[in-house]
Design a binder for this molecule. Sequence first.
Ligand code: ZN
Length: 152
Amino acid sequence: MADIRQITQVGDSILREKAVTVRRFDDKLGRLLEDMLMTMDAAKGIGLAAPQIGISKRIAVVRDGEEDVLELVNPVILTASGREEEEERCLSVPGRGGLVPRATKITLEFQDREGNTCRLKAKDYLARVIQHELDHLDGRLFIDIMTEEILD
Ligand code: ZN
């Protein structure tokens, strides 16, 4: 049974660290991924990176439509093209929004929970969410790169 974890908030230093590469693909990783999914859904998020639950490892989960979820371990963007500014928000930065420029098309390499290397092409909204989550793995938040704050 998965647990809902507490989401770290801006000001917590773990959100500013460069997360470490995952080398063990074991049951513990599977449980962590389950907890991340449950925490993301409970918070009505569409993506969550491990540092957001206080774990400085290169792992993110992203909701891809109603049913599908991407589990991204050690993700790396191989190619990126296009540029568009759209609004972003973050579970770790409550109450704020901003316009953030992102690539519109990316190719991503990552590992699944068993350690298999996978490749994925994503565009538009999904590409944006993935780039946002990957930024968390390098200690970067959308408020660092937004071009304009959106005030409610
Ligand atoms: Zn975020």
